[in-house]
Design a protein around this ligand. Structure first.
Ligand code: AMP
Ligand code: MN
Ligand code: MN
Ligand code: MN
Length: 281
């Protein structure tokens, strides 16, 4: 099937991770925005997939299973999106559970860091924004700090306190790149490097990352995403060509309030790139 004219959005979040809409409401919003093919990619968690798939079917939208796995590579966090896998796969589920496991303790430590910076009660405050007790993230802290009046918006919280290496950030040892790619592939899916424009690697490190990712069986890279500027999209379209990677497109929508890009509201992929969905539809 020629998919060039379809609106395909393969990256977004629900209350199962750090989004603010229930999986069913993300599905309805995607459909209302004109999305034809959709994946929900919650962080380290597939608990929303059944509801997302059910609602997508109800509204007549093609659903692709998804997840966004947190990985530590060369001391920095990289996100690997998995697409079109079996969400019941036991090894994948065990791996995701292990990846989520340290989040509670890390959140308590971030609460202590923020308290030392004059912001008491942030852990308890963040908890009131959490939809899934196993998935407390920096985004929940950011929402609390905005609600409590410490910052005017979520981006400012990240800029001041919670960015990688920031005074309120507590680093984590996430999954390895090898684990993430093997869990996704083992469950029958395709692995994609999410929003490469966000990582602070040197050109040499980027080369090594893509090289290792491809050696491990990784197949795709996000080119058009809500996290990329037009310049980033051009750059990573070039990298997709250079490395022979499949290209993906996704808004990374989290909520009406915090997201720069709404579901489906993105430029199309450059037509010469082979999309990650080329043999799925
Ligand atoms: P965590 O998994 O707890 O480290 O939180 C990562 C999440 O925080 C990402 O998925 C984004 O939703 C959000 N995030 C990370 N960096 C930023 C940033 N600079 N601005 C806004 N949100 C961010
Ligand atoms: Mn997020
Ligand atoms: Mn991400
Ligand atoms: Mn994301």
């Amino acid at each position: 099937m020629d998919t060039a004219l379809l609106n395909i959005d393969l990256h977004c979040h629900s209350t199962v991770s750090d989004g603010q809409l229930l999986p069913a409401d993300v599905a309805r919003r995607a459909h209302d925005n004109g999305v034809d093919v959709w994946a929900l990619t919650d962080h380290d968690e597939v608990g929303g997939q059944a509801e997302a798939g059910r609602t997508a079917r109800e509204v007549g939208m093609r659903f692709i299973t998804g997840v966004e796995i947190s990985v530590t590579w060369a001391g920095q966090t990289v996100h690997i999106v998995g697409l079109n896998f079996d969400p019941a796969d036991a090894v994948l589920n065990d791996g995701l559970r292990a990846t989520r496991a340290g989040r509670g303790e890390r959140a308590r430590r971030m609460g202590e860091r923020l308290a030392a910076l004059g912001i008491p009660g942030a852990y308890e405050g963040a908890l009131t924004f959490v939809g899934n007790p196993e998935l407390i993230s920096r985004t929940h802290f950011a929402r609390y700090l905005v609600a409590a009046g410490y910052c005017s918006n979520v981006q400012t919280v990240f800029d001041k306190y919670l960015h990688d290496g920031g005074p309120g950030h507590e680093p984590m040892q996430w999954a390895t790149l090898e684990q993430a790619v093997s869990w996704i592939r083992g469950a029958g899916g395709r692995a994609v490097v999410a929003h490469p424009g966000r990582y602070k690697y040197t050109p040499t490190q980027f080369y090594a990352l893509f090289d290792e990712f491809i050696q491990l069986g990784g197949e795709g890279v996000e080119v058009v995403t809500g996290s990329h500027s037009p310049e980033d999209a051009r750059k990573y379209a070039g990298e997709a060509r250079r490395y022979g990677l499949l290209a993906s497109r996704g808004s990374d929508f989290h909520s009406e309030r915090d997201s720069r890009v709404d579901l489906g509201m993105l430029p199309m992929l450059p037509p010469d790139l082979r999309p990650v969905w080329h043999d799925w539809l």
